[in-house]
Structures are given as C-alpha cells and as structure tokens.
Design a protein around this ligand. Structure first.
Ligand SMILES: Cc1cc2nc3c(=O)[nH]c(=O)nc-3n(C[C@H](O)[C@H](O)[C@H](O)COP(=O)(O)OP(=O)(O)OC[C@H]3O[C@@H](n4cnc5c(N)ncnc54)[C@H](O)[C@@H]3O)c2cc1C
Length: 392
C-alpha cells in the first residue's frame, strides 16, 4: 500500500498546532500539511479549558514580544481567519490585568519588571494601594504594597480561537485527521513516519509535536526526554448579586487569580505541588475552603456568591524553568520539532509559537522573534531561563 506523504505532519491540532498550520500555509500555500488530532471535540485540550488571558506583564523580552504578537493577532482575528462569510468573534475584552504585590520581595521584583516593561514599550502603570482602590474600589487593598496594571491587556474566548484557527487552516488546505499518534519511526538522525492507533502510517519531511501536556509521551516515541509534566488546575465560575465596577484579571501575591466572565467571574489557584499527573477531578470543597476565603478577602462583595460550574484542565508545566520549549532536538534529530511547556501562559503565545515553528521549517531559523533562548539546548546544557515575578 502506498503511504500518504506530507511536507509537514503536525501532531496535536489545538491552538499551537492550528497556529503552526495557519502560519505555514499563509506563507507557503502549496505545502502539504497534515494535522493529526486525537479528539476533535477538544474536551480535554488546554486550549478549550483556558482562562485565556493575554498580558504584557512578563520579565523576559521573548515572552513580552510573544504577547505583543498575541495582542496583534487576536486583535485582528476575525479578518485573519475569515472563511467565506464566517468570521469568528473572539470577544476580546480589554479590561486589563492587575498584579498585586503583598511582600517586599514581590514589590521589588514588580518594580524591576515595571521598568523593564516600560523599556519594551508596554502600556503599564505602577500603582500604590491608593491608586488601586481609586481605580477598583471593590478591591481590598490594605495588604497591597504596589501593583502593576496593564489596562490594554485582557482575555478572549479560547474555544473561538481554537475553532477559528482550525477552520482557517483547513480552508488553506491543511488535512485534519482525527486519530492518535501511537508511534514514530526514526532512521538515524531523521524521523521517517508516524503510525496511528487507527492503523495509518504517514511519512513527512517534517514532524512537529504540539501535543501540550501530552507532548512528553510523543517525545518519548523518539527517545527524547523533556522536563514537562501535566499540572492539573481547577477553575470555577461563580456569580454574585453585587454590582461591581469592571474589574481586570487580578492576581495577588497569595496566588489567587480571578477575572470577570460573562455576567459572573472565574477563579482558580495554581498548585505547583500538584504537577506530575493528569487529574480531571473537580473538588468543590477546594473552592469553598481555599479559593472562596481568599476571594472574599480580596473583594469583600464576594462574601456572597454562588458557584455555578467547575472544570479541570492542565498546564504543560515545564518543571525545569517554567517557560516553553520550542524547536529542534539539536544534534539528534534533523526534522522533528517540538513546542510544549506552555506553563499556563501559552494561549497568548500560540500565534508566536506557530509563526516561530513555520520560520524554522521554511527559513531554518527564527526571524520575527528570536526564540533561541527557549530551545531545548538550554535543557541539555542545564541553563534554566526563568521568569522573575508572578507565575501563571
Ligand atoms: C485552567 C487553565 C487556564 C489557563 N489560562 C491561561 C491564560 O490565562 N493565558 C494563557 O496564555 N494561557 C493559559 N492557559 C494555557 C493555555 O491554555 C495553553 O498554553 C494552550 O492552550 C496550549 O495549547 P496547545 O495547543 O499547546 O495544547 P492543547 O490545547 O492541550 O492541545 C494539545 C492537543 O494535542 C492532542 N494530542 C495529544 N496527544 C496526541 C496524540 N498522541 N496524537 C494526536 N493528538 C494528540 C490533544 O488531544 C490536544 O488537543 C491556561 C490553561 C488552563 C488549563
């Protein structure tokens, strides 16, 4: 039987995979691209379960630049991904981010990051407690030493982004196959083919692994070990009768994060100690005992609220330094690229990831943003490159 051959096979067809297909085909419309996605309902993909915040509040130039491209791309998403009369509305809410420091150490880092962000051209303000309560009177501010406020940041509809990219990539010619990659055959320094649980064997010039929290198991198929594990994160949606001013996506120094969502709010706390295994359980007592008390401290009006929904998703957590790993396995495989380890901030970086992978395939190097610092080489050389300040 003749094997199907593609220029590029992308394993994992959510935001990072879809963005890669989009950017490749936008530049080179004749490429034969196959995206293999094991579950077209995307019900467990991080991309569907995301809080979908977009912020410039990072401490490393690569992350800031990727977020800026995220702003640009998602800001123009309807036009970029239009197919015939279908225009995906992402509902980009520019209600800002607020990072609030509660300890002198956090405040010092925040001030340093603020100066760096200004230098990068970010729209960001450094507020004292009074400045925070003037803007957001419903927040309790007695314990806030300072806060970074980026008023133009915000959040989008993640499922809309996923569907828009998928629809557009298909319309540009990408073949989407619903199947699970079970094995990758390599010969010397090259990957030759992938085999699926559905019994297909496909060959390609390039194979790209954008499987998020599942990427380590796909890397293992070629013998590559990456320091990435699933980090379960519970997220809750609640409503309150109280009428509050439009709040930003707020994070404080005790790890609480919340933002408005529709007529209510969504909140969760990342437990980095839970990194390691997939866990899809949702414990409402976690909301009652851990999240709610913190919410009610930060926003006294949240004393009275009603939880309506909860879900669990996963970060692809890079336990080495908390940043993505993107690019080749230098010295081992010539035509196998990975992008994983989003560590909870990968939705905003999906456009830049897809563009960066397309550049590696088409040009042999990063060009729009130099992401060399985020390649696997730093893991091989044991040189962590971590953010300073709040983690996702
Ligand atoms: C609760 C939560 C909140 C978040 N909040 C934010 C936020 O505020 N801002 C932000 O920027 N990011 C946030 N993130 C992170 C963001 O959602 C992810 O970084 C992003 O969605 C990663 O996309 P991805 O395509 O790499 O991974 P995924 O969306 O997980 O996609 C991987 C895909 O690979 C497929 N797959 C796996 N194995 C195989 C296989 N063997 N064969 C074929 N297909 C396979 C899976 O089915 C899946 O669809 C959050 C994540 C969660 C869970």
């Amino acid at each position: 039987m003749e094997r199907e051959h593609y220029d590029v096979i992308i394993i994992g067809g959510a935001l990072w995979g879809g963005s890669t297909a989009f950017h490749l085909l936008t530049r080179e419309p004749n490429l034969r691209i196959c995206v293999i996605e094991k579950d077209a309902s995307y019900k467990q993909s991080s991309s569907s379960l995301s809080v979908a915040g977009i912020r410039v509040l990072f401490s490393q130039p690569e992350n800031v630049l990727m977020s800026m491209y995220g702003h640009e791309f998602y800001g123009d998403f309807g036009r970029l991904t239009q197919v015939d009369d279908t225009i995906e509305a992402l509902h980009f809410v520019h209600q800002g981010y607020l990072f609030a420091a509660n300890t002198p150490e956090q405040a010092r880092e925040m001030e340093e990051n603020y100066r760096f962000q200004l230098g990068m051209g970010c729209e960001v303000l450094l507020l004292d407690a009074k400045g925070v309560s003037e803007r957001f009177p419903s927040l309790h501010t007695d314990d806030i030493l300072c806060a970074a406020h980026s008023p133009n940041d915000g959040w989008i509809d993640p499922y809309g982004a996923l569907m828009g990219l998928r629809r557009k990539a298909k319309s540009l010619g990408a073949t989407y196959i619903e199947d699970e990659v079970a094995a990758i055959e390599r010969r010397g320094a090259r990957v030759e083919s992938v085999t699926t649980t559905g019994g297909r064997t496909l060959t390609a010039d390039w194979v790209v692994n954008t499987c998020g929290a599942w990427a380590p198991s796909v890397c293992a198929m070629v013998g590559m070990k990456v320091p990435v594990v699933p980090l379960p994160r519970m997220q809750f949606y609640f409503e309150t009768q109280a009428k509050l001013e439009p709040l930003p996506l707020t994070r404080d120094g005790v790890g609480l994060g919340f933002r408005p969502e529709g007529v209510g709010y969504t909140s969760g706390i990342t437990n980095h100690a839970a990194a390691g295994e997939f866990c899809w359980d949702v414990h409402y007592e976690h909301f009652d005992n851990v999240i709610w008390p913190k919410l009610a401290t930060r926003v006294p009006a949240f004393e009275a609220l009603k939880v309506k929904n909860g879900w669990a998703g996963h970060y692809a957590q890079n336990i080495f330094d908390g940043n993505m790993i993107i690019g080749p396995w230098t010295g081992e495989l010539e035509n196998f690229l990975i992008a994983t380890g989003d560590s909870g901030h990968g939705l905003q970086h999906a456009p830049a990831v897809g563009r960066g992978l397309a550049e590696l395939i088409l040009d042999g190097r990063f060009s729009a943003i130099d992401l060399t610092a985020f390649t696997y080489k730093r893991v091989q050389e044991n040189k962590p490159y971590a953010e300073r300040g709040f983690r996702a």
